[in-house]
Design a protein around this ligand. Structure first.
Ligand code: MN
Length: 323
């Protein structure tokens, strides 16, 4: 569980929004996902809570799970967000309370829109044939105008558009990069791409977006900032291009700054302490015979769902995108 926690806050942002181009190195912290898997968490970060509407970034693997359970996340709820599952290697079985059962495969985009509430489970599948897992689990915060009206759903995109530029190629997961647009639906101006950097490249950006680059394989240098595998460089706003130099592979995440303050606790996003308390109570009550109207029931998973843990004694405060 050790983590070389140099303090990224001291590099430039001092907890205040950076409204221009910057390069902040964000180091991951290692956390347990359930009892079987360790992941590296990049967002929320101490001083950099969001990048566009991207509010949660876990990077895991590559892990050899031969003889191990690999990913095993029992049914748990979400609200007011979309989960975005992206695999580099491996195979994951997804089940949700909207009745979807799907295999998450490398290079395919899987988006679950929670709306007011959904529940799902995720587990490694056919481990013998897929002994290595490597991927990213991301969340996108839904804006207030749609978070309670968007219908819970699951969408799979297996034919995403490719991108090819000098020194760089990849797949556009969501939004658009260099005029190449993904068919995936987002509710705020957002972008995500999986990019292989073969040499020095200049990536065109949207100046109104803020961006971050998570290094999957590298090291990769982003502008003047070298980043090792597992590290992320926050690049700020106001750039029309970004210099990347590899060889390596990165996830590009970006979007219009998300100006609403949100409360993130456990697997819920809300706007107030009281809303989170109500969501927690409703989920836990549904596990002990109470109504399950909001979150539904995940069918087909072998094992018990996860109870929401106890709330902290302090009041949860809505927070903005930087802290
Ligand atoms: Mn989840």
């Amino acid at each position: 569980m050790s983590n070389l926690e140099r303090d990224p806050a001291e590099q430039s942002c001092s907890g205040r929004p950076s409204e221009g181009p910057v390069t902040e190195l964000l180091e991951p912290r290692t956390v347990w996902l359930g009892r079987t898997q360790q992941v590296r968490r990049l967002l929320p970060h101490k001083e950099r809570r969001m990048v566009g509407a991207w509010c949660f970034v876990d990077h895991y693997g590559p892990d050899d799970i031969t003889g191990q359970p690999g990913m095993w996340v029992p049914p748990h709820p979400h609200s007011s967000l979309q989960t975005v599952s992206w695999l580099f290697r491996g195979l994951i079985l997804h089940r949700d309370s909207a009745g979807n059962e799907a295999l998450v495969r490398p290079g395919e985009l899987n988006i679950m829109t929670a709306g007011p509430g959904i529940a799902h489970s995720e587990e490694s599948h056919e481990q013998q044939a897929n002994p290595v897992v490597h991927g990213a689990q991301l969340w996108v915060a839904l804006p207030d105008g749609v978070r309670n009206s968007a219908a819970p759903r699951f969408d799979q995109y297996d034919d995403l558009p490719g991108l090819s530029l000098d020194g760089l190629r990849g797949t556009v997961m969501i939004g658009s990069v260099a005029g190449v647009e993904s068919p995936a639906t987002s509710y705020t101006p957002l972008v995500g791409a999986d990019l292989t950097v073969d040499a020095a490249a200049s990536l065109p950006l949207t100046p109104a977006y803020e961006y971050a680059v998570l290094v999957i394989d590298g090291p990769v240098t982003v502008e003047n900032q070298r980043a090792e595998v597992g590290e992320m460089v926050y690049a700020g706003l106001g750039r029309s291009s970004l210099a990347l130099s590899g060889p390596g592979r990165v996830l590009l995440l970006g979007g219009e700054p998300f100006e609403e303050e949100i409360v993130m606790w456990w697997n819920f996003i809300g706007r107030s302490h009281d809303e989170i308390v109500a969501l927690r109570n409703e989920w836990n009550a549904g596990l002990t015979g109470g109504p399950t109207d909001r979150f539904g029931v995940v069918r087909g998973f072998t094992g018990d769902p996860l109870f929401a843990p106890a709330l902290p004694n302090s009041t949860l405060k809505p927070r903005g995108r930087t802290r």
